[in-house]
Design a protein around this ligand. Sequence first.
Ligand code: NAD
Length: 413
Amino acid sequence: MPTKVNNKKASDDQFIKASDLIGLNEEIRLSLMAPDRELMVEVPLRKDDGKIQSFRGYRVQHNNSRGPFKGGIRFHQEVDIDEVRSLAALMTWKTALVDIPYGGGKGGITVDPSKLSNLELERLSRRFFRSIGPIIGINKDIPAPDVNTNAQIMAWFMDEYGMINGHTPGIVTGKPIELGGSLGREAATGRGTAIITRESANFFNLDLSGAKVVIQGFGNVGSFAGKFLDEMGAKIIAVSDVNGGLFEPDGFDLPSLINYNVKNRTIKGCGQGSEISNEELIATNCDFLIPAALGGVIHKMNAEKLNCKVIIEAANGPVTPTADKILFDKNIHVVPDILTNAGGVTVSYFEWVQNLQQLQWEEDEINEKLEKKMVSAFNEVSGFMKQKNTSMRMAAFAVAIDRVAQAYKIRGI
Ligand code: NAD
């Protein structure tokens, strides 16, 4: 079972270690560790049967030294203030790492959306957005989708905000293209993950052509990462989703696997490979293991069993801090989430810029800009890692924290 790792203590521990590396002074440390603002709201929902059910919602604004708060909104039964706090802080470091002019925020509702009808989901989304409305704004805080929220929910948010403030597409990102969403956004996180895998292969002297890749989770991020890596010549030998895994030692026919997954919303029954469990999948012998599903899937109980050379953290927080230490001792490199999956927020930023300018860029232009951002962030992180002889995670945090600290100092208080 995954262990819940997105907690503030774990992210604070990483922050403190990275701050030590850059010699960050104590006063700035304490200020950067604390969220700027936390809003907790009660969200009443009129159910289809006429009864009222109350839910708890959150928006945490961690830091805006470098620009407006930016981060997704998650609908999940396990959402709590601690998780939202930690994810908000991670957004501050992620946006700084890819050097886009944003801070970090996160939000969510403690709800299992699978238990709601579509109309209930719409009413809940709209009511939540009205509740956090006072602290949201195109230059203040720009939400986006996260676990169990999507382009449709962003459309409802935008519509709700627009009723009071006028048409404002830039108030959220990850919108449908018809409402000002960006070309290339859907594939961006997977594309960024593939770019980071390619750069990691170069850096760790592994040949990407024919490299064996294992992907856990075949949703938006996992399937697009697989598609681009397959196109780059890597061999995807194992994949999984919530219904279990498949192993195909000669490599999957990726285009047909993706088609099947799009039609059936699962890889189960696709007719390729042999069935394996998710735990077997994680232990598969490979060059790159890409967890692209949930947090906490690589933990102290299974880290010893891993048989890969590099872990590419496409999901948020897939490796627990204890597993991180075990992997370091086993000489398995971990390319951290704030670097790997930053392609999503990067193209969200491009979406916001297009909305502010009221124009639409070509997809090629977006992909080219994304490529530059990802490669440049990778080079900075790997350069720092070599210079300080530290882990890639520590290097990524250190580069990001230093950037935020510089902005914080220049602004003054
Ligand atoms: P998604 O819902 O599209 O896909 C998730 C996939 O994981 C599905 O295939 C699902 O079946 C699978 N899954 C769920 N439980 C599983 C389990 N127990 N074992 C194996 N597979 C399981 O979600 P997504 O948008 O692809 O996001 C995946 C991860 O990437 C999340 O951690 C998310 O926070 C992170 N992320 C996503 C984006 C983005 O732009 N979508 C950006 C940054 C980070």
